[in-house]
Ligand binder design. Structure first.
Ligand SMILES: Cc1cc2nc3c(=O)[nH]c(=O)nc-3n(C[C@H](O)[C@H](O)[C@H](O)COP(=O)(O)OP(=O)(O)OC[C@H]3O[C@@H](n4cnc5c(N)ncnc54)[C@H](O)[C@@H]3O)c2cc1C
Length: 300
């Protein structure tokens, strides 16, 4: 029996309630709508199931890949020999005074609304980012002068051996955190917010939503900004300056609306996206000397 079958068998024994999906098409789980089958996916609904999944994988020498909403992921067309732990079922949230503690799989949109309804301000920037809390902490997601680093004060994580601990260092930097190496699963995070008027918070969220809709190609599947912001530049401005808006490989296109986005115009493959990214990187480097680095994670 191969090791993923062994893992599924073991998980059925030790964690019978855990949902398992062999050969799960990742195109159904990524905002790009791209990606072949993942060898095995587990969908825990609580910490106990997540611990069980990570421990069983460790016993068989399998390193899991933790995913939230798949809004910053590109998955190969041929699929991946990976054990994916998808966190969307872990979405509890507790508000105590100005502190909000939530499980990793809650969406940022839901979290921002819960905080607002509790009379708290500080998460308006996150409302339009289509990720989960775990993905956002890992990436130190940010927009419109806000970023997770400004609000996160505690992170509970699950180590590869199945032990649970409070992280001591977050190491937040631009689109980076202490969790970016993928070794630990973020189980939950605590955020410290400030008292705020829900009407003003709603107005700010609405204003940012309009700005997003005006600037971003939200009508097409994508993974948001394809490239990190190079020091001293904006990736989208460099790409636009090189005349690359609308450049297309197969179904993948440099958005005509926002040059920092690569969009799936229909039927794009991972190979299309990567070929397009390479062309963009080469042309921008030739014309400006700037090396663009991908922000989107490629699973392998
Ligand atoms: C239309 C659009 C707009 C976007 N706008 C923005 C924006 O304004 N600002 C911005 O920063 N990003 C933006 N993004 C990108 C994306 O939404 C963020 O990076 C988001 O934080 C990713 O969260 P996720 O849950 O989808 O993570 P995933 O894509 O599932 O994973 C991203 C990374 O986080 C890790 N991860 C996820 N959950 C966990 C966990 N529980 N424990 C450990 N590691 C974990 C994964 O292993 C992976 O390395 C946008 C994307 C789209 C499609």
């Amino acid at each position: 029996m191969e090791r993923f079958e062994q893992l599924a068998k073991r998980l059925n024994e030790v964690c019978p309630g855990l949902e398992l999906r062999p050969f799960e098409p990742m195109s159904s789980h990524t905002s790009f709508h791209i990606g072949g089958p993942a060898r095995l996916m587990a969908l825990p609904v609580d910490t106990e199931q997540a611990v069980c999944a990570v421990r069983a994988a460790a016993e068989l020498g399998i390193t899991p890949f933790f995913m939230g909403n798949g809004s910053n992921l590109l998955v190969p067309d041929e699929g991946v020999e990976q054990f994916i732990i998808k966190t969307s079922g872990m979405k509890g949230c507790v508000v105590e005074g100005t502190a909000v503690t939530a499980e990793c799989g809650i969406t940022l949109a839901r979290l921002a609304v819960l905080a607002r309804d509790a009379g708290l301000t500080g998460l308006e920037f996150a409302h339009g980012i289509p990720g989960s809390l775990g993905g956002a902490v890992t990436m130190n997601a940010g927009a419109y002068d806000g970023e997770m680093a400004q609000v996160v004060v505690g992170v509970t994580c699950l180590n590869a051996d199945g032990s649970v601990e409070q992280a001591e260092e977050f190491d937040f930097a631009y689109r980076h955190s202490a969790f970016s190496d993928g070794r630990r699963m973020i189980l939950s995070a605590r955020m410290e917010l400030a008292p705020g008027d829900p009407v003003a918070v709603t107005a700010r969220m609405d204003e940012l939503a309009v700005r997003r809709r005006d600037k971003q190609p939200l009508e097409y599947p994508s993974a948001g900004s394809m490239f990190k912001r190079p020091v001293g530049h904006f990736a989208a401005a460099l790409i636009d300056r090189c005349g690359l808006k609308g450049l297309q490989v197969g179904g993948a296109q440099v958005s005509e609306k926002h040059a920092g986005f690569v969009v799936n115009r229909g039927g794009a493959t991972c190979a299309d996206v990567l070929a397009l990214v390479e062309q963009v990187r080469r042309k921008v480097h030739e014309a400006t000397g700037v090396e663009l680095e991908m922000e989107v994670k490629v699973l392998d």
